[in-house]
Design a protein around this ligand. Structure first.
Ligand code: CTP
Ligand code: MG
Length: 180
């Protein structure tokens, strides 16, 4: 059923969606690369900070806990078979999302893109790919049962839409410097 596949895709990825947005809100302070350069360019740039990374990861893990608490009521009300989040899965999704975003900044700097420059495709799917990979590594049985092929396809289709619309919203609210 398409609706359930989409619902499971969004629900299961929520702990990976929130870290980027939380990092925008709490980010700042010392950059992870401490200002260091590599090949004449910043290693990561000022947009990847310790505070943003820690805050983003924490936000994703906390959200997974809240979803666990709300799951019986929401599943009961909607009739959808929504997965819970074991602690290892919650950490993998949240930390994986932050790691993917950091890796993308590394690649952006290596390809000559300054902080804030867009990299279509990478910007929208970096964090999803890393979150999925880490979830399969850290919680393989859980990941295999939740992220079936149809669910992964739904994630890949729906994520760019959600990502672009939340970023556009954050931009309009003055929270983010670029709308992507
Ligand atoms: N942020 C952070 N730490 C992270 C990720 C994000 O502090 N690990 C904060 C930064 O303040 C950053 C903002 O969230 O400027 C927006 O994140 P993002 O769009 O990923 O960074 P950019 O500034 O656009 O830099 P980049 O080009 O490297 O993506
Ligand atoms: Mg950016």
């Amino acid at each position: 059923m398409v609706v359930e596949t989409l619902a499971v895709a969004v629900w299961a990825m929520l702990p990976a969606y929130v870290p980027n947005n939380a990092a925008v809100l709490v980010g700042g302070g010392t950059p992870i690369d401490a200002g260091r350069s590599y090949g004449g360019r910043r290693l990561l740039g000022d947009g990847k900070t310790w505070r943003g990374t820690a805050g983003g990861t924490l936000a994703g893990v906390l959200l997974a806990g809240l979803l666990n608490l709300g799951r019986p009521a929401i599943a009961g009300a909607t009739g959808l078979d929504l997965p819970g989040f074991p602690p290892a899965a919650a950490v993998a999704l949240a930390a994986g999302a932050m790691a993917g975003d950091i890796l993308a900044s590394f690649l952006k700097r290596r390809t000559g893109r300054e902080r804030g420059a867009s990299f279509p495709g990478l910007d929208q799917l970096d964090f999803v790919a890393a979150a999925l990979v880490l979830a399969f590594l850290v919680a393989p049985a859980w990941a295999a049962s939740v992220f079936t092929l149809p669910v992964i396809v739904a994630v890949v289709v729906v994520t760019p839409v959600l990502h672009l619309s939340t970023n556009a919203g954050a931009y309009l609210l003055g929270l983010k410097e670029e709308p992507y």
